[in-house]
Ligand binder design. Structure first.
Ligand code: C2O
Ligand code: CU
Ligand code: CU
Length: 467
């Protein structure tokens, strides 16, 4: 496995770095060898740090960071090869690492009080798993999550295909948003009741790979693979690539069997969701094209990034007709003839469903009950197909995430999904009903929750058991 500072990199640099292997590629002084560290394990050290969100030479922001960098180092794993990481907690509070979207053994899932004890300050924990799927994933704490993720703790986790498709440029954008005060420091208030009862904490500053975006250089004629990770606490994005026609090749780390252009050229990306797109650089040399986020309507539309074409065209490069389809991952196909079916209903929020006197702002009803404890709401016999009908009875959007599985999204509001795909996080608009199914092949206690972290922390979560 390879670990690198988060930056756009070409396929060539990736291959060059691969030659260094494991520990040799670690540059940070925090990554000293440690007695209890198995050979080849990656050291991750969450700790306070400062970073230049606003750009080099500008005010530095006090953050919490893995190995001193925001976002954390890009972890590049190999599909089907053992990955080990020793996490040493340099924070003043307990933490864990959750490997979002990876289908891994339950004990490695990083949920405190459910799959492990939280790692105390100064303590450490060894994570070890073999990723079955190639794709774009991410890692983040699962303890005091709004505060810890909101202080900068998250990073990209990329599982490389054994035979990557032919492209000219590999770009990775980890998207985060921040609420800063005038002095460049984070605004307090990761537990505001009003925010939690509405859309969650939305930061006015959006960064790409931990920096205010600078123009992204491409060459006319090049084929670009862009990996997008929405690591925001609450911000939903709807990206438009002006002058371009991006094609989606993977969602939440799972290749789509038939790549497609997003509806209306607008790529929706909720918190925790990932998308991989192929961008054929069809623009003109020397020109600039904006990437726009218009999710929150015309008044709040902003330019996320700018694609800046070099004066010269790319020469050679990929074959224009090279296939876009990524090799499929071994996600089992659901058997919908006799599924274990459950209906879950999201309730709560401002103007929504939950009665007064409730301790929690949000909830998920299952079988007429609502459990906020870490006790499982129901058990699915191992190996059976589980069919979930998920109803959003609130006035708010929710990116709903299931640990441990990639599920097949079947329909939305009764209409079959036009493009078959698997996800680990599905975005529901107000009043939406979504159906999804998965084979419950992975035993353990698994969380299902909203990835607007303040919704999760205020009751929008449950646990299911596979046994
Ligand atoms: Cu990305 Cu339970 O989380
Ligand atoms: Cu997860
Ligand atoms: Cu939510």
């Amino acid at each position: 496995m390879i670990i690198r500072s988060p930056a756009a990199m070409s396929r060539r640099t990736v291959l060059e770095t691969a030659g260094l292997g494991g520990m040799a590629a670690l540059a940070s002084p925090l990554n000293r060898a440690h007695a209890a560290t198995p050979a080849g394990a990656i050291r991750l050290a969450p700790a306070p740090a400062t970073t230049a969100l606003l750009g080099t030479g500008r005010l530095r922001t006090r953050v919490w960071a893995y190995n001193g960098s925001v976002p954390g180092p890009v972890l590049r794993l190999r599909q089907g090869h053992l990955f080990q990481s020793v996490v040493r907690n340099g924070l003043a509070e307990a933490t864990t690492v959750h490997w979002h979207g990876i289908r891994l053994p339950n004990a490695m899932d990083g949920v405190p009080g459910l799959t492990q004890k939280a790692i105390p300050p100064g303590g450490q924990f060894l994570y070890a798993f073999t990723p079955p799927d190639a794709g774009t994933f991410w890692y983040h704490p699962h303890a005091d999550s709004a505060r810890q993720i909101g202080h900068g703790l998250s990073g990209a986790l990329i599982v490389e295909e054994p035979h990557p498709p032919a492209i000219d440029q590999d770009l990775l954008w980890v998207l985060q948003d921040w609420s800063l005060e005038g002095n460049g420091q984070l605004l307090p208030g990761f537990d505001s009741f009003m925010q939690a009862a509405m859309a969650g904490r939305l930061g006015g500053l959006v960064t790409i790979n931990g920096r205010v975006p600078t123009p992204v250089a491409v060459q006319a004629g090049a084929r670009v693979r862009l990996r997008l990770i929405n690591a925001c606490l609450a911000r939903i994005m709807a990206l438009r690539f002006t002058g371009h026609r991006p094609r989606v090749i993977a969602l939440d780390g799972q290749p789509v069997p038939h790549p497609f252009e997003p509806a209306g050229g607008r790529l929706l990306l909720g918190p925790a969701q990932r998308a991989e797109v192929i961008l054929d650089a069809s623009g003109e040399p020397g020109q600039r094209y904006a990437v726009i986020d218009d999710f929150y309507g015309p008044k709040l539309t902003y330019r996320l990034a700018e694609i800046a074409y070099a004066p010269a065209r790319a020469t050679g490069g990929h074959a224009a007709d090279a296939p876009l389809v990524l090799p499929a991952n071994p996600v089992p196909a659901p058997d919908l003839h006799d599924p274990i079916a459950h209906t879950l209903t999201i309730v709560g929020g401002m103007m929504g469903g939950m009665g007064s006197g409730q301790r929690h702002i949000w909830g998920i009803e299952s079988g007429g009950r609502m459990d906020h404890r870490m006790a499982p709401a129901f058990t699915i016999p191992r190996g059976r197909t589980c069919l979930i009908t998920l109803r959003n009875h609130t006035a708010w959007w929710h990116p709903m995430h299931l640990h441990g599985f990639s599920f097949h999204v079947l329909s939305r509001n009764g209409i079959p999904e036009p493009h078959p795909h698997c996800r680990d996080t599905v975005l529901l608009a107000p009043r939406d009903t979504v159906q999804f199914a998965f084979v419950a092949d992975n035993p353990g206690l698994w969380m299902f929750h909203c990835h607007v972290i303040e919704h999760q922390e205020n009751g929008l979560m449950m646990v299911i058991r596979v046994a």
